[in-house]
Design a protein. Structure first.
Ligand SMILES: *Cc1c(COP(=O)(O)O)cnc(C)c1O
Length: 395
């Protein structure tokens, strides 16, 4: 079988679904009115933003007035954390997060710690990629104002015990924010049932375009603004709305909501098939993160004795797009903070591969990967001095 290209990097970004693209095109043509305007051009556009807000809210079991549109997931994370922190500047207050957050959360916390006198606890994870609830409880102090723990990890797909964390935060009067950028549209989320106070999501991880996202802020949570200016988003987030993007995000949430059970069962089956077949045919493979408490969309591995970058390049040559956990974007050779937090050695973490699935992923594509990947790993291993040493040691 020959496939031209197999895209398995959906955790980096998803393709835009055709019906979502269609929903936005009108707003680049006729629907150009400014939603803040009094006239009919503006009012019509505004009504579509209202519909989008309803659709986002419905997916989370929130109410529409608790949804605020942003310029993406990173802005939502920054706003949630800084918006609370700004209320407590220089008061020695304490924030709890984890070692495996996305950099939008991690670097925001580090910034507040370094520049504004906050204390931050970075919770470790167990070897399955999940935090220890007891450790979380004992990290809480009388000064803890905020907990920010991701719903699901973008590299290894592990899902945190969000409902439990939420209940503990509620009991202790701590605001609970979760970065759910990877989780939204891939798992069932109910902000009320899960005691979530703030939740970040992003368009381009759920088949809408890049540059649009949202922050859910529970009614009653008081948050400073991050962006000041006009009175958009009920005076909470200034700037003329990215109308087409917002409409697309609303459509994406509507579609996700309708097909969620089907999406979950389809992707879970494909993911498990991929993981078990790869594990069966490639020796010295570690599946990173818990096998059960993981997103249906993410399969993640470390292959001992190889370099993730070389693996990605070889996969790319046969048309397969995956990703490594390493921080290759920063030009650094350090393996990712997530894989390090799992307790893997540098050598093992270097051989990481994340394959992330979407609604468009097919059984044929999984078969193709299972056919192409093993000989590539084998070839790279045969070039590896580490592997040679290992084989000598075995004799
Ligand atoms: C992609 C991602 C973000 C950032 O979202 P953008 O819309 O790209 O800014 C934040 N958190 C997680 C977990 C992500 O996967």
């Amino acid at each position: 079988m020959e496939l031209n290209r197999v895209y398995l990097d959906n955790a980096a970004t998803t393709p835009v679904k055709p019906e979502i693209l269609d929903s936005m095109l009108d707003f680049y043509k006729e629907g150009y009115g400014n939603p803040s305007s009094i006239h009919s051009f503006g009012r019509e556009v505004k009504s579509h933003i209202d519909i989008a807000r309803e659709n986002v809210a419905n997916l989370l079991n929130a109410s529409a007035k608790e949804i605020y549109f942003t310029g993406g997931g990173s802005e939502a994370d920054n706003w949630a954390i800084k918006g609370i922190a700004l209320r407590y500047m220089n008061q020695d207050k304490h924030i709890i997060t984890t070692e495996i957050e996305h950099h939008a959360v991690l670097d925001t916390c580090k910034y507040l710690e370094k520049n504004h006198g906050f204390k931050v606890t970075y919770l470790k994870i167990k070897e399955n990629g999940i935090i220890d609830i007891e450790e979380f409880k004992s990290a809480i102090t009388k000064d803890t104002i905020l907990t920010s723990i991701m719903f699901a990890n973008n590299e290894i797909g592990t899902i945190q015990p969000i409902k439990e964390i939420g209940a503990i935060c509620r009991e202790n009067n701590i605001v609970f924010h979760t970065d759910a950028v990877q989780a939204v549209g891939n798992v069932h989320i109910d902000v009320k049932d899960m005691n979530i106070d703030m939740l970040s999501l992003s368009g381009h991880k759920i088949y809408a375009p890049k540059g649009v996202g949202a922050l859910y802020i529970r009614n009653g949570i008081r948050l400073d603004n991050l962006i000041h200016g006009g009175g958009q988003e009920r005076k909470k987030r200034a700037g003329t709305e990215n109308v087409a993007g917002i409409v697309a995000l609303g459509k994406a949430c509507e579609i996700a909501n309708k097909g969620l059970d089907e999406h979950i069962s389809k992707l879970t089956a494909l993911r498990d098939d991929l993981i078990s077949r790869i594990q069966a045919v490639i020796p010295h493979t570690i599946v990173t993160g818990d096998l059960e408490k993981r997103l249906p969309s993410i399969a993640s591995f470390c292959f001992k004795f190889i370099e993730g970058e070389a693996l990605l390049l070889s996969l790319d040559l046969v048309g397969i797009a995956g990703s490594s956990g390493s921080a290759c974007t920063s030009g650094s050779l350090d393996p990712s903070h997530v894989l390090m937090a799992l307790g893997l050695t540098h050598e093992v973490a270097h051989g990481s591969l994340r394959l992330s699935l979407s609604d468009f992923t097919t059984k044929e594509e999984i078969d193709y990967v299972v056919e192409k990947l093993p000989p590539i790993v084998e070839r790279l291993r045969n070039m590896s001095p580490l592997y040679e040493d290992f084989l000598k040691g075995e004799k």
